[in-house]
Ligand binder design. Sequence first.
Ligand SMILES: Cc1ncc(COP(=O)(O)O)c(C=O)c1O
Length: 466
Amino acid sequence: MNDDIWGAAREALDRIAADRTRRETIVSIASPDEAAAFRALAAPGAGRAVAEVVGDAERIFAHRVRMDHPRFYGFIPSPASPLSLVGELLASGYNAHAGSWMQSSGPAAIEQGLIAWLAERAGLPESAGGLFVSGGSMANLTGLMLARDRMLPPEERHRGVAYVSTQTHSSVAKGLGVLGFLPEQIRKVAVDAERRLDIAALGEAIAADRAAGRLPFAVVASCGTTNTGSIDDLHAIADLAARERLWLHVDGAYGASVALSGRHRALVDGLGRADSLSWDAHKWLFQTYGCGMVLVRERRHLLESFATSAEYLQDAAAGDETPNFWDYGVELTRPARAMKLWFTLQVMGERAIGDAIDHGFMLAETLEAALGERPHWRIVSPARLGIVTFRYEPPGHDGSELDTLNTAIARRMIDDNVAAPLTTRLDDAVVLRACTISPDATADDIRAMVAELDTRAQAIAAAIRA
Ligand SMILES: Cc1ncc(COP(=O)(O)O)c(C=O)c1O
């Protein structure tokens, strides 16, 4: 390796910056031939010039969905700030081992401080703690492990039942499966008209399970469902959990960021009643991937579930003020994930982050209003937490034709590289869905998208009728 590695690093950064500026194809999926060519490139050969490999990486990464594109509205986009990239670069460049205090006392102190600040913003008490994890799935798994360990004696685990809603994110059931629970130990409770967990149905399900000799132990509330941005009634669920002595895990992977909003913070009031809370920074806090947090009401609960001892770790003894984060979660070796969020927040400041979150609300409201001005567009779920679902329903088509039509509209928007709302299913029908959290998107972008949607919708409907 006789090349200029640092020169190559700068070259890679230049290419990334140029790519972000050009913002070409929104959705690019490798053709079978391209994928075969990439597979052939995977195994190492005799070694190559670094600049050549940087060029290959650029061609490989060209085949992706630009999740940070201002006109990508599918799934939960990741409109990552370039500041997060700098923070990531620092964490990766200094390569701190963030497992123990000894190996990473600087970044560990930041992680401790940032977790305390986020917990305070969520409304959790001073006893709270937590750690950075790879994302919402790992945060949910971590919170649910505490629920299992604290609420169910090991010999009774087979009788335990956890309650979710039909709109709860799939990672919750996956996490419960990893923790050893069978599908029949997960009760999917119905939702109300706003797609929030139905509290009465929850109470009935708990009573029925107790009567059948089962052990209800946890309820999962959603703060920002992926489908419609709905927020369960956190206070009502917390009251019920307290009465029934259930662990309350709140999945705020998407919506907890609203706790930092200047104008909409009240919507997530009640977050602080959680026993454990998931919160993703790679969703609505503008971080690059691999950055989530799990917060818990009592940080000692994390130690009780996760602390281990091993003779080869004895030189890294910890105290409450000097924690070893490897005792707080699943991972031993872990990157200093907190540093990129810290870097972003330090540069932007709290106010600007809050404004950027509020911008997402405004875009969704703009979308709902613009659709409402055109005929045959039905708002299926109104602007909530930056998410709108909608469906084109011209007369003369049955339900299955409308499903085909709305699927085709999304497809055409992507193929024409105009914008990428995607689809989901609600009440057994295909609906279009847009999650509008990019700070780089404008209200004009949204209105232009609606015009483009309408043109294509009319043309496709006419073709179906013909
Ligand atoms: C509400 C919710 N919870 C959990 C997750 C899982 O998070 P991750 O993909 O970061 O593992 C998601 C992902 O979109 C989500 O929207």
